[in-house]
Design a protein around this ligand. Structure first.
Ligand SMILES: Cc1cc2nc3c(=O)[nH]c(=O)nc-3n(C[C@H](O)[C@H](O)[C@H](O)COP(=O)(O)O)c2cc1C
Length: 220
């Protein structure tokens, strides 16, 4: 089972988010997953230009690392998204990546895949950032198995660390169990159902303007 961990922290695996992500990865490895980490700060992923080329052709005009990361996501069984809280949201690195996924969102290209979420903050609003990442996962067509987030207590340390790390490892194991057992989530599936209708309507409305996305929905 192949799991891709996408980390949006500018500090990569050396930061607080990376420390918590290590525990989720350890849980997933225990459950038999092969993990690949993509540190967005080490990749070149420029902000979306809104040129609509992805909608027309399925690929991005910007020649940087995005298409490579996209291919890894399309090929994986599950993925992990990790970001620190930057002003109640994800980092600029993670947001640039999310925006570049707009074409995948229109096609709900990650249907059938599962994701886990990781967040760290200076002092809170962890759920707000986890919720933003969960909504993104659902817009891609994937199901979230949950998230783990916490304020840090210093460099790479957290309050009540034993309990937090136990939850993080359990999340990693749960990600693998969900992939294996193809678990459902009625609440998220209701969102996916409504979002699927919305995307199909949008792509149908755009007609010949977006031939790639039209063909993708035709194949589903
Ligand atoms: C630009 C910036 C914005 C931040 N905004 C917030 C915030 O709104 N709320 C918060 O609790 N912490 C905030 N923080 C603190 C980080 O979320 C926190 O230190 C986090 O654990 C850093 O993770 P990292 O070591 O993986 O980079 C901010 C940090 C930076 C650099």
């Amino acid at each position: 089972m192949k799991i891709i961990a996408i980390n949006g922290s500018p500090r990569g695996m050396e930061g607080n988010t990376g420390r918590l992500l290590e525990e989720v990865i350890a849980g997933a490895r225990e459950a038999g997953a092969e993990i690949e980490v993509v540190n967005l700060a080490q990749e070149k992923i420029r902000p979306c230009l809104a040129c609509d080329n992805c909608h027309r052709t399925g690929t991005c005009l910007l020649k940087d690392s995005f298409e490579e990361v996209k291919e890894k996501l399309l090929a994986c069984d599950g993925f992990i998204l990790a970001s620190p809280n930057y002003i109640f949201s994800v980092t600029a690195q993670m947001k640039a990546f999310m925006d570049r996924c707009c074409g995948m969102i229109h096609c709900m290209s990650l249907e059938g895949k599962y994701a886990a979420l990781v967040e760290s903050s200076g002092s809170g609003e962890d759920e707000e950032v986890l919720d933003a990442m969960e909504r993104f996962v659902n817009m891609l067509g994937a199901l979230s198995v949950g998230g783990v987030g916490s304020p840090a207590a210093g460099a790479r340390t957290f309050p009540d660390e034993e309990n937090l790390f136990a939850r993080a490892r359990e999340l990693g194991r749960e990600l693998c169990a969900s992939v294996r057992e193809k678990k459902g989530s009625p609440e998220q599936q209701a969102f996916l159902h409504a979002f699927r209708e919305r995307m199909q309507r949008l792509v149908s409305y755009m007609g010949e303007e977006w031939p790639y996305e039209r063909a993708q929905w035709g194949k589903k």
